[in-house]
Design a protein around this ligand. Structure first.
Ligand code: HGY
Ligand code: MN
Ligand code: MN
Length: 407
């Protein structure tokens, strides 16, 4: 199948008729529909699919049995070259973030087979679950569990916004919560290559290679105040957590600009959320990122300090809880440069976006990323876009890299 027809099929799944965006939370109906589409594509190609307890998938293109080959024809599963990404999305996200890497992997395998390439080691296509953490709040949930970075016990404590626990969601998806844990899939992941749409404006060529992933974290700010009447409570008598939050959001924006970093409050929960009542509590989630760990830490300290000082002035309370922290990832230079050579000198650039590739690299698996140009840089939005020619260049690049690594 051509990339175009694969893309037309996959990107039709769960697209909102109103916004054109996608809301594919982990194990949600539309994410499961996309996963089943992927499984059908793997079956149509005769790939053998392995799954783990959390629902991560790797579909294998095994080398022809060669008694004289590396495994001597034995059953011992040879480590292979895995490429892939994720099929879940943020709330009302774009079509490319995640699925482009999975669809490009299918198209690259088709391309290699069409030219008669025979892999010397297995080639796997991976789809990892809940990478965005949009449902259970933990980014790269599937890959963190697979890599043993997040324990099954901690993961199974996670609940979605409707109060549904991860275990219940897994059971509904036909998975067994008791099987959640470090993944056997990683034993065969000799190298991991993730192709992903670029999520900034830094890439001016069709395809680039990642140098690093910025350290980043999610921090829950809970502002406590005093519920009261909107009409009868004097302004000076209020302990209004919304005011403390608002000043904190302004401070975060300023501190991030000063540090050349990123700070975003994109999610808010107000109790009791009434139009004519001063709130009793405001919960705000800060997504903070910076080019290095020291800058990220000082950014968070500066924001927390100013929020604390403002809470004292407002007579409100503040509690800051780290929900997830992702360390800086510097992809191994040797593998990075090998991809640059295979691609005759593709540009190398860092990213402020987190990826499963970061988790696998951090877990010691030789990992690299390919980026496909995003003309506007817009992402985590229905407006996210990449030109077809650049996507096709991405497939060619991925096929060339797989051929080089799996020959
Ligand atoms: O949020 C991120 O950095 C990524 O899109 N999961
Ligand atoms: Mn994303
Ligand atoms: Mn992504």
């Amino acid at each position: 199948m051509s990339f175009e027809s694969l893309w037309a099929d996959e990107s039709a799944i769960g697209r909102s008729p109103d916004t054109g965006g996608y809301t594919r939370g982990g194990w949600s109906p539309t994410e499961r529909e996309a996963t089943h589409w992927f499984l059908d594509q793997c079956a149509a190609r005769g790939l053998t699919v392995e799954s783990d307890g959390i629902g991560n998938l790797i579909a294998w293109w095994e080398p022809r049995e060669d008694p004289g080959g590396p495994s001597g024809g034995l059953e011992a599963p040879l480590p292979g070259v895995v490429t892939g990404s994720h099929l879940d999305s943020v709330i009302d996200g774009g079509a490319f973030d995640g699925p482009l890497g999975v669809v490009s992997a299918l198209a690259a395998v088709d391309q290699l087979r069409a030219e008669g390439f025979e892999p010397g080691v297995p080639i796997g296509i991976g789809a990892f679950v809940e990478e965005e953490g949009a449902r259970f709040g933990m980014p790269c949930l599937g890959s963190r569990i697979a890599a043993g970075v997040l324990s099954a016990e901690k993961a199974l404590q996670l609940k979605d916004r409707a109060g549904v626990g991860l275990g219940e969601a897994l059971e509904k998806a036909g998975l067994d919560p008791a099987a959640v844990g470090p993944s056997p899939l990683l034993r065969r992941m000799g190298t991991f290559i993730e192709l992903h749409v670029e999520q900034g404006r830094g890439l001016t060529a069709p395809v680039g290679v990642a140098s690093s992933i910025w350290p980043h974290g999610r921090f829950r700010f809970t502002f406590g105040g005093e519920a009261n009447h909107a009409g009868t409570t004097l302004m000076e008598d209020r302990h209004d957590p919304m005011l403390t939050y608002a000043m904190t959001a302004l401070a975060a924006n300023k501190q991030a600009r000063l540090a050349g970093a990123r700070a975003t409050f994109g999610r808010l929960s107000v109790e009791p959320n009434g139009t004519n009542a001063v709130p009793s509590q405001v919960t705000a989630w800060l997504d903070a990122r910076a080019a290095d760990t020291a800058t990220l830490e000082s950014l968070l300290a500066a924001i927390t300090k100013q929020a604390t000082e403002r809470a004292e002035r407002d007579g409100t309370t503040l509690e800051v809880t780290p929900e997830s922290v992702s360390p800086i990832v510097d992809f191994p230079a040797g593998l990075r440069d090998r991809l640059v050579n295979v691609l005759d000198g593709a540009p190398v650039l860092p990213t402020g976006a987190g990826h499963d590739a970061g988790v696998f690299s951090d877990a010691g698996i030789p990992t690299a990323m390919l980026f496909v140009r995003n003309p506007t840089g817009v992402s985590h939005s229905p407006a996210e876009y990449a030109e077809l020619d650049d996507c096709l260049a991405g497939v060619d690049a991925l096929a060339a890299v797989l051929k080089d690594l799996a020959k």
